[in-house]
Ligand binder design. Structure first.
Ligand SMILES: NC(=O)c1ccc[n+]([C@@H]2O[C@H](COP(=O)([O-])OP(=O)(O)OC[C@H]3O[C@@H](n4cnc5c(N)ncnc54)[C@H](OP(=O)(O)O)[C@@H]3O)[C@@H](O)[C@H]2O)c1
Length: 323
């Protein structure tokens, strides 16, 4: 924290590592907006729900644990009595749950301006979901991808009707730069052979960035160009509940790392909230943000993407396009 403050001290008027989510959204009027934030029961998601609600938006807190979601809503309403927070039950590791949650939201016939794909997890245990997919890839990537696809048409229609840009924000991580040697290893998505939990977390976060980049390209190419953007963000290193399922040694290392180079939760939620709400991000799509700035990092040049990209996109979109 102290070091990141020193290293990236923000110049006046420019947001950076030391800005909070409240700073980067100051003055934003979100009263007309409807947002969905996944994983709103803890860490960065909870702070994001709070700040977007503080700016006046109606926020759907999407969570797998509804009891905890009710507590969180009470907590927020205790501090912000005017907050408009609805709950949406979703387990992103389950394809049927994502379909059900998207259907439930769409049946309300509300607009949708913002989708913050925040929910994520990591574990050092290899586990398959009910759909037979490795849990990190299923939760961090597949569920998020499916939810986005199911809500996309609603976001396009909303943007066109209200004349205000729709925004999708994908929470990635610097771990996306450390997937398997050849990028996304599809065998590790189905079976434990060759599985490495950190590389698997990395590949799920690489998939999130690839999804944002490709969807952004597709939205731009659409006839009349859809007024919806999608970007990825790295929130930084923050002490949250994320590492609750990994060993003590990693947690100790992470605690030291966060203390020296990391952020607290209000600063960790700054980049997602900046990309979701700040007017300076208008029209920007398919980019990767760190510390509230577009990064110069060129994903396209990495070896991982060269190996992964063509197959990945084909796999993702062919079924849908094929009908
Ligand atoms: N903290 C960091 O240093 C860091 C760094 C880079 C990127 N990130 C990313 O930031 C995002 C937020 O993480 P965080 O640090 O705030 O962690 P966190 O405190 O553990 O919060 C994660 C949230 O995701 C939810 N979630 C997990 N699995 C889910 C599922 N199957 N279905 C629905 N919701 C699920 C959790 O709900 P439950 O409480 O029910 O589990 C929780 O609300 C994640 O995408 C993470 O990968 C974090």
């Amino acid at each position: 924290m102290a070091w990141s403050w020193f290293r990236k001290k923000d110049s006046e008027g420019v947001f950076g590592a030391s800005s909070t989510a409240e700073d980067v959204t100051a003055g934003v009027d979100a009263r007309e907006l409807v947002a969905i934030v996944t994983g709103g029961t803890s860490g960065l998601g909870l702070e994001t729900v709070k700040i977007i609600a503080l700016r006046g938006a109606r926020v759907f807190l999407a969570a797998r644990n509804l009891e905890r979601a009710v507590e969180v809503r009470e907590e927020i309403l205790g501090k912000l009595p005017a907050a408009k927070i609805d709950l949406l039950q979703i387990d992103l590791s389950s394809i049927s749950s994502v379909w059900r949650a998207a259907g439930e939201f769409l049946s309300l016939n509300l607009p949708l301006n913002l989708l913050i794909n925040n929910a994520g997890m990591t574990t050092d245990k290899f586990r398959l979901t009910e759909d037979g997919i490795e849990e990190q890839f299923a939760t961090n990537y597949l569920g998020t991808f499916l939810l986005t696809q199911l809500l996309l048409e609603k976001m396009k229609v909303t943007a066109s009707e209200c004349g205000r840009e729709g925004r999708i924000v994908n929470l990635s991580s610097m771990a996306h730069k450390s997937p398997y040697k050849n990028g996304i290893e599809f065998n590790t998505v189905k079976a434990s052979e060759g599985y490495n939990w950190l590389a698997s977390y990395g590949q799920s976060k690489l998939a999130v960035v690839l999804h944002a980049n490709e969807l952004s390209r597709r939205l731009r190419e659409e006839e009349g160009e859809a007024n919806v953007t999608i970007n990825s963000v790295d929130p930084g290193a923050i002490g949250t509940n994320l590492l609750r399922e990994v060993g003590t040694a990693i947690n100790l290392f992470s605690a030291v790392y966060v203390r020296l180079l990391g952020k607290d939760i209000p600063r960790g939620a700054a980049t997602p909230c900046y990309v979701a709400l700040n007017p300076a991000v208008k029209g920007i799509s398919g980019k990767y943000f760190e510390d509230c700035k577009k990064t110069a990092y060129k994903l396209i040049q990495t070896r991982h993407v060269k190996f992964t990209r063509p197959f990945f996109y084909q796999l993702l979109y062919s079924r849908r396009e094929g009908g």
